[in-house]
Design a protein around this ligand. Structure first.
Ligand code: ADP
Ligand code: MG
Length: 265
């Protein structure tokens, strides 16, 4: 064990929105990297069969020997699934397409909604002395996303600053309410983060206004700007903190990490 003085359990946050392309994976990687930069010990869990978070953090397909699928299926211990990344303080559990069959395969399992919950609470997790576990969810409200919400303390919802942004939100809120009523009464909405924000675009500012009016303090003060460096970083298998630490994107995710920590204080 690296630090016996740590006794508190890690805070588990699911990054969820059933819409694809809204910035879930970008937020998972770079918020995790931002928290790690601030000295927190972070585990990034890739829960999307597309494995974009794994690729983006630099875990190549042939390095994904033990994956989230294996821990959900009970075929591996979490301890064996955790990999170091190129960033100090940041670890990851990768995913691959095996996970795409999990939704159907695990449906007959009585504990199907609690598989990730159980995995993340294995005693061996303590050995990593984690402060945060960030879960990158797939673009669907399927069994995988339910597993994330059951396992999590809270949910962060990335909202793309574009027309219809708020539309899918009621479905997502309903699902969160359902999870609260059944499996995880303490699940909170940590916050909604506006992504791909473009100050010069009226639509972006309109979405911001609508979101702040409707969701009030749930909306993070920090907004993630549309920044080409953020979209380039994953193809170099780097977080924005490594790829371009002085970019607007890096600064925004740093700020989001600080705001998140402050909310907990
Ligand atoms: P999701 O995981 O919700 O499907 P991604 O994080 O993969 O969404 O983002 C979708 C696409 O938009 C990706 O190509 C990503 O690089 C790009 N992208 C995400 N956030 C930003 C941003 N703030 N600025 C520019 N491009 C972004
Ligand atoms: Mg994604």
């Amino acid at each position: 064990m690296s630090d016996l003085s740590r006794t508190t359990a890690p805070k588990i946050i699911a990054i969820a929105n059933q819409k694809g392309g809204v910035g879930k994976t970008t937020t998972s990687i770079n918020l995790a990297a931002g928290l790690a930069e601030l000295g927190c010990r972070v585990l990034l869990v890739d829960l999307d069969p597309q494995g974009n978070a794994s690729t983006g953090i630099g875990i190549e397909p042939d390095q994904r020997e033990v994956t989230t699928y294996d821990i959900l299926a009970g075929e591996a211990n979490l301890y064996d699934a955790v990999q170091e990344t190129g960033i100090s303080n940041l670890m990851a559990i990768p995913a691959n397409t095996d996970l795409s069959s999990a939704d159907i395969e695990l449906i007959s399992n009585e504990k199907r909604s609690f598989l990730l919950y159980d995995a993340l609470r294995q005693p061996s997790v303590d050995a990593f002395a984690l402060d945060y576990i960030i879960i990158d969810c797939p673009p669907s409200l399927n069994l995988l996303t339910i597993n994330a919400m059951v396992a999590a303390d809270s949910v962060i919802v990335p909202l793309q600053s574009e027309f219809y942004a708020l539309e899918g939100l009621s479905q997502l809120m309903l699902t969160i309410r359902e999870v609260r009523q059944t499996a995880n009464p303490d699940l909170r909405i940590e916050g909604v983060v506006l992504t791909m924000f473009d100050r010069r675009n009226n639509l972006s500012t309109q979405v911001e206004q609508d979101a702040r009016e409707n969701l009030k303090d749930l909306v993070f003060k920090t907004m993630i700007p549309r920044n080409v460096r953020l979209s380039e970083a994953p193809s170099y298998a780097m977080s924005i903190m490594e790829y371009d630490p002085n970019s607007r994107g890096a600064n925004a995710y740093r700020e989001l990490a600080a705001e998140l920590i402050q909310r907990q204080a």
